[in-house]
Design a protein around this ligand. Sequence first.
Ligand SMILES: O=S(=O)(O)c1ccc(O)c(O)c1
Ligand SMILES: [Fe+2]
Length: 345
Amino acid sequence: MSTAPDVIRCAYAEFVVSDLRASRAFYVDVLGLVVTHEDADTIHLRAFEEYLHHSLVLRRGPVPALAVLGYRVRTPADLDLAEAYYRELGVRVRRREPGATLGIGEAVRVEDPLGFPIEFFHEAVHVERFTQRYDTHGAGAISRLDHFNLNTPDVPAARKYYEGLGFRVSEDIQDSDGTVYAAWMFRKPTVHDVALTGGDGPRLHHIAFATHERHQILHICDHLGALRQSDMIERGPGRHGVSNAFYLYLRDPDGHRIEIYTHDYYTGDPDNPVITWDVHDNQRRDWWGNAVVPSWYTEASPVLDLDGAPRPLVARTDAREMDVTIGADGFSYTRSTEFKLGEQV
Ligand SMILES: O=S(=O)(O)c1ccc(O)c(O)c1
Ligand SMILES: [Fe+2]
């Protein structure tokens, strides 16, 4: 294989949304993201610690879907490496002129081997960093984009592909037969830039933004309650087993899943130990043993190809986590010698 591009981190996502006004009310008025640019068809948003043009683009369109996930690479020369690397993989590759993505320089956009639309870029417009603009932060201040979570049918194959890009595993979920249900992989020194969640794919399971404090997550819950929009809360708040982050999952007006996630832990040393969880450990997904709602396992956003058409799904053939345990409750244990029957839907 030719040399892979040097990926620094996950950097942005572009969602197609059906009602830009309703999406703006959620992402700006509730989540408090900063508007870098908006027009009749798009809103470009960033979180408070971000100084690149955007980390989320909302684009008005008929079919809510993921349009692209952006990874930042270390140098402009990495774009040539990306182009050669993906052409060698035999997938569709497009070079994009500076500004083809507003605020972003020259880029290479591909349909990766897992079926996801991925954009590699280096140059981007710098905008005001609101890190200490406490005059603008709400009580639910969001600091930055943290990770992507992807539904893909074959987690070991997806792990191998991402290892080829220099990503390392921090944690995973397996069973005693060696079936892998999920894996968390990183380039920046945190638990993940990308998580691979076993399921029919390619689908986007969620993107996550990080806050510094748990109370900021709790405020978002209270804010949604005050708006009588608590139905946007899908799962949590709670404490993850994997990653140890305090978490909340929201569904935006089109159903795109957004996680709000307190900072996890440092993974930057070369000997960072991998944590493997038993799929029957009911503290793996929620440290307090709370069940994972079924929709969290079954629902996700479709993804578009480079022509803007929704990608057909490939069904997972390995065992499904929801079949072997409902979230953190069904047929699982708190202490490995004491199985308990949880509720099964
Ligand atoms: O539910 S898990 O504890 O496995 C989990 C851990 C980290 C995440 O970012 C996530 O979405 C889910
Ligand atoms: Fe997540």
